[in-house]
Design a binder for this molecule. Sequence first.
Ligand SMILES: Cc1ncc(COP(=O)(O)O)c(C=O)c1O
Length: 372
Amino acid sequence: MIVPFLDLQAHHAPLKEDILAAIGDVLDSGIFAGGPCVGKFEQEFATYCETEHALGVKSGTDALWLTMLALGIGPGDEVITVPMSFIATAEAISLTGARPVFVDVDPETYTLDPSALEGALTPRTKAIIPVHLFGQAADMGPILAFAEAHRLYVIEDAAQAHGATYQGKKAGSLGHAGCFSFYPAKNLGAIGEGGAITTDDAELVHKISALRDHGQTRKNSHSLLGWNSRMDGIQAAVLSLKLKQLDLDNAKRRHHAAQYDKAFTQVPAVIAPVNKRGDGHVYHIYAIQTPNRDGLIEFFNCRGIGYGLHYPKPIHLQEAYQHLGYKRGSLPVSEYCADHLISLPMFAGIRREQIHHVTETVADLVESRLIA
Ligand SMILES: Cc1ncc(COP(=O)(O)O)c(C=O)c1O
């Protein structure tokens, strides 16, 4: 049996006619960059995230970068974040000219460990970017309290957490701003690239609106230097469609995660994800810890099972960040995760027997004594 890591064809198949009709409408309107479809999606997404505003941009990386630029973050500033993320989180900080300062993650949730913040604070610190990794919100209570005490911005990296909640509040509505990616593999994915910023701050909206459109505040009036990060009308139209089924898809993911969890209670050599957010976890990724990841990969390859590694090298050890001076051992929990986590097939449409095939394969590896 083949179990892909992700099956986007199957995901889109039942939506195909609606998607093609939505693309047809955009084609007929003749408005492709920004325009009414983008405005409509922005309103819908703001309502969904329980924020006053949402702004569509070209990608999640742009969402983070433009938010920081609009908040005045730049050279000489420091932004605290985690190395256990996709590199874009840190890259966006570096693109502003500021310096990323990495703190380690909690060993259970793999999200920013609030107790590490004090040690990373300097007079140059301007913001904290917690990452809601794998669909689970970071521990925002203590992070927001720390930020308030030290007058720091909190920018949520919610690229993996569409629909996730923390104590009943939506990801993207907790900090000063939330940054989302609509990369196709995300829980809410475009059929190309896309991103959004959610916020209640009208001034921030005004600045990002200009920054994403070459610094224009009025036609042909460029009050500052910006960039082209307008959301594509076709992506917005498709995202509006797919937003309608996001909650159902997330509920399916939670159901699949519960199936995996149940099977792994019989396999003590495997550490299943720890869910501290109940129904607020949206399982973008379901990653387990195993002492013999290479052995499991061999088994998966032989049995037609896809997998992912998120992320095999933490950001502070990437070549691009060697100039910051971090060494192996600087952030041990993130490094341990990089060496031991493997992401199992997870998508709304995965079938029960496919999950069974994955869990049986993991159990067989244990039985073969390749992992203790
Ligand atoms: C945690 C995280 N932050 C930021 C990004 C960047 O988003 P994009 O690929 O849309 O630029 C991603 C996307 O993979 C991500 O997973």
